[in-house]
Design a protein around this ligand. Structure first.
Ligand code: PAF
Length: 284
């Protein structure tokens, strides 16, 4: 595996790499969720590029940029063990040199929910992902369903900016008790960690309710909220919403007609966790 830190080196390496090229962008602190993307990219591609860059522009002023977990050595070993060909680990000033003055701002799916709770977040994500796509020119870029709204925002920017890449969204990887894998799970105390699977429990219960024929958006959202509120360690619920999976607009009339996504953001202690499930109408 080649480890490169400059954009020039990355481009040189990409230019002689066999295609298709699969890109897995990450912020490091790698877990099975990231590695499932790497393995999928490995299976699909002649060359796998993974990036490790804790992108400062997607963190709000009071968020966890400084304490975000970082272990470059361990991450590089995991990437190498899982068959990555090129690891791109730039410093912040390589990505955002002095005088940097351009941002990519997506409206549509970037506006509600996470967009409201974290006002500058998607501008930072869209800007860095656009840059990573332009730097590495992949054929396919891999993202996790866990960050469903992020995936919708990236699909939107790729379509709107005519970037020639396919965006592949891969299934959420969960701990045995259902908690979605996330680098931020490391912030949970043992007690909080034991309470955290309530989120997937609530999502699964609503999925079952939906599959038993309940098509009222309000009823489904209320049930999910009630289950979360029953857990004393959940300190705040930022949102519970059934949304159209592409636009992220709250979906009332689509229920039972096409797949929609039930999304949740909740706080346990100071840790904000997000998760989702897709509600699919019965085939036939
Ligand atoms: O999902 C993430 O880890 C980040 O938002 C991403 C896509 C790597 C951009 O910094």
């Amino acid at each position: 595996m080649d480890v490169v830190t400059s954009i020039k080196e990355l481009r040189q390496r990409i230019n002689r790499a066999p295609r298709p090229i699969g890109l897995v962008p990450t912020m490091g602190a790698l877990h099975e969720g990231h590695l499932s993307l790497v393995r999928r990219a490995r299976a699909d591609s002649a060359t796998v590029v993974a990036t490790i860059f804790v992108n400062p522009t997607q963190f709000g002023p009071t968020e966890d940029l400084t304490r975000y977990p970082r272990d470059l050595e361990a991450d590089l070993k995991l990437l190498e063990d899982n068959g990555v060909d090129v690891a791109f680990c730039p410093s912040t000033d390589k990505v955002y040199p002095q005088g940097f003055a351009t941002t990519v701002e997506v409206r549509g799916p970037a506006l509600p929910l996470e967009g409201e709770a974290r006002p500058d977040h998607f501008r930072g994500v869209a800007t860095v992902v656009t840059k990573l796509l332009l730097m590495s020119a992949p054929d396919v870029a891999y993202f996790g369903q866990k960050d469903a709204q992020q995936a919708a925002v990236i699909k939107q920017l790729v379509a709107d900016l005519d970037i020639p890449v396919h965006v592949e969204v891969c299934p959420t990887v969960r701990e045995p008790d259902g908690l979605a894998m996330s680098s931020r799970n490391a912030y949970l105390s043992a007690e909080q960690r034991a309470a955290a699977p309530v989120i997937f429990g609530a999502l699964s219960a609503v999925q079952t309710l939906y599959e038993s024929g309940e098509l009222s958006r309000q009823t489904l959202e209320r049930r999910c909220r009630e289950m979360l509120e029953a857990e004393p360690l959940i300190e705040a619920i930022d949102y519970v919403a059934v949304v159209d999976s592409g636009s992220f607009i709250q979906a009332a009339d689509l229920l039972g007609v096409q797949p929609v996504t039930l999304v949740v953001a909740a706080r346990i202690g100071g840790t904000r966790l997000i998760d989702n499930v897709v509600l699919k109408p019965e085939a036939g």
